[in-house]
Ligand binder design. Structure first.
Ligand SMILES: [Zn+2]
Length: 271
């Protein structure tokens, strides 16, 4: 059984010390017979660290516990999700495009940005979209202790409730990074951890056409698509490519018969 009180960072520190110890033993030709345990245990330790870290950062890994990264594949439903907002003017531009095509999406909001732009957060909900919690400062939760994590999640929920009148039911850790404690914190608050299955890397700004092509290439029934209307805590961070790509993605996927739904609707379609 996994000890749910263990943090990934603590395990990695212990593994690093063990690996260094093992390799030092081997380097100084200590205990090399009959099978060089220092070397092999050192390699095993490195492999373990790589394994544990990959499962914390890969969006679709279920190793540390349940996360949602796609919906059921029976219907041609997809969910557009936008992270790091509210971030005007881009969030509002995206809302206009979504309205134009009668598309509903899900926005994972950063608390600090909700505090700065509460009226934009309110507009997202008023226009029929779902909102989720994306922490207050958009920090890597693997590096925070439980108390800091509590504040990151709870302060954001409170701000979203105050600004929009709704309580978020879904949570996306920054960068999708999680360990057992991060998942436990979400579970304690009845927040579903939502990752993604389609990642066009729009934050790298490769051009709207490239972003749209990547989505179209990766899309599948039940896909959760990760896009960005914001850029961490960077107010006004340029998301014009994501705005343009939104329209291209909607046009192309609607042409292929896909219907856009919120995360709640996507998951409810299972029943
Ligand atoms: Zn983010």
């Amino acid at each position: 059984m996994l000890d749910y009180k263990l943090r990934l960072v603590s395990i990695l520190i212990v593994l690093t010390v063990l690996v260094i110890g093992c390799l030092v033993l081997d380097y100084f030709h200590l205990r090399r017979r009959p099978w060089r345990p220092g070397l092999y245990l050192g390699i095993l330790g490195i492999a373990g660290a790589v394994f544990l870290t990959s499962n914390a950062v890969l969006p679709t890994s279920l190793f540390y516990g349940a996360v949602v990264y796609q919906g059921p594949s029976v219907e041609k439903l997809v969910a557009l999700t936008y992270d790091d907002g509210p971030n005007p003017p881009y969030t509002l531009q995206i809302l206009d495009i979504l309205d134009k095509y009668s598309v509903k999406a899900t926005f994972f909001l950063v608390g600090e940005n909700v505090r700065t732009y509460p009226e934009v957060a309110r507009t997202i909900v008023q226009r029929g979209h779902q909102v989720g919690n994306h922490t207050f400062h958009h920090e890597d939760l693997l590096k925070l202790n439980r108390t800091q994590m509590d504040k990151e999640i709870d302060a954001t929920t409170e701000l979203i409730e105050a600004a929009t009148g709704v309580s978020p039911k879904v949570f996306r850790p920054p960068h999708g990074f999680r360990d057992p404690v991060v998942l436990e914190q979400a579970k304690e608050r009845n927040l579903r951890v939502v990752q993604w299955s389609v990642m066009p890397r729009d934050w790298k700004k490769p051009g709207a056409e490239v972003i749209a092509e990547r989505v179209v290439r990766q899309v599948h029934n039940g896909a959760i698509i990760l896009m960005h209307d914001g850029d961490g805590l960077n107010h006004g961070g340029d998301r014009s490519q994501s705005v343009t790509a939104t329209e291209l993605v909607i046009q192309r996927l609607q042409q292929q018969g896909y219907r856009f739904v919120t995360i709640d609707e996507l998951l409810a379609s299972n029943r």
